[in-house]
Design a protein around this ligand. Structure first.
Ligand SMILES: C[S@@+](CC[C@H](N)C(=O)[O-])C[C@H]1O[C@@H](n2cnc3c(N)ncnc32)[C@H](O)[C@@H]1O
Length: 251
């Protein structure tokens, strides 16, 4: 069997997206509008007082890298259930010279939400971040995860998440889809060209293919989970960065 056929038939964990991990950093920037802006928004919403930061679904480590670049005192504990994504991230972080400030942990964040993980990730984080990962959980698990995040944050700690959102109407679904296709064309490629690099995704652990919720549903879940101030610092069609603080923040 040819290597490309093997890669095509490879079963991926939800969220790994590309059959070859080395394709992720380029591919995601072609696939998804404004990926770098999303990471930059999350990074900027943290502050230099966020020393201990938990990242959920770190993938190839692009968000970790952005945070470690901006905040010299930050320590990132990054979890992901995919060994190959974690290994890729670890190598990238090491090459960047941040090995001592980054710990990768192989854990399903659904297990962490249920207090069932075997690794000791710890508590008392100043901040929690995630990009493009939590939408793989069903809503019931999203709520449990938001509750676990809220519990594990220090008083006044913050949580920032970027995810695709469920379109609020059939017309908006068409608009959001068209915007993504136009973005890919502007990057000099097409979804037809990118798709063969993506593998078949099955359910794995607590995650499955996209389990989108509306932005409004996310905000309600955050409030129910215990976040006192809930905000949307960024939105672009079907993508949003949202989150909040465990304490009321006065303007
Ligand atoms: C689309 S990638 C995004 C990676 C990175 N956050 C970024 O923005 O580039 C989603 C990541 O979440 C991880 N993931 C998905 N579900 C997970 C789960 N239940 N537990 C841990 N990691 C998960 C995948 O392995 C993948 O690395």
């Amino acid at each position: 069997m040819s290597l490309s056929l093997q890669i095509l038939m490879q079963e991926l964990f939800p969220g790994e997206v590309f059959a070859n991990t080395a394709d992720f950093d380029t591919g995601i920037r072609q696939f998804l509008p404004r990926y770098d802006e999303i990471l930059s928004v999350i990074t900027r919403c943290l502050t230099s007082t966020s020393h201990r930061i938990l990242e959920l679904g770190c993938g190839t480590g692009e968000l970790s890298l952005s945070i470690l670049n901006r905040y010299p005192d930050a320590q990132v504990i990054a979890i992901d259930y995919s060994p190959r994504m974690l290994q890729f991230a670890q190598e990238k972080i090491t090459v960047a010279g941040y090995k001592a400030r980054w710990t990768g942990v192989e854990v399903d964040f659904g297990d962490w939400a249920n207090h069932q993980e075997e690794s000791d990730i710890g508590e008392e984080f100043d901040a929690c971040v995630s990009s493009l990962a939590i939408h793989h959980l069903k809503d019931e698990m999203k709520l449990k995860l938001f509750q676990r995040i809220c519990e594990s944050l220090n008083e006044g700690g913050c949580f920032w998440n970027a995810d695709p959102i469920l379109p609020e109407s059939p017309h908006l679904a068409d608009v959001y889809k068209a915007v993504r296709e136009e973005w890919t064309t502007q990057q000099g490629t097409s979804l037809t060209e990118i798709r063969p690099k993506t593998g078949n995704t099955t359910t794995y652990g607590h995650s499955s293919q996209d389990q989108l919720a509306t932005l409004d549903a996310h905000l309600q879940m955050l409030t129910k989970a215990g976040f006192k101030t809930v905000v949307i610092p960024w939105k672009y069609y079907g993508l949003a960065v949202f989150g909040g603080w465990t304490r009321c923040n006065k303007p």
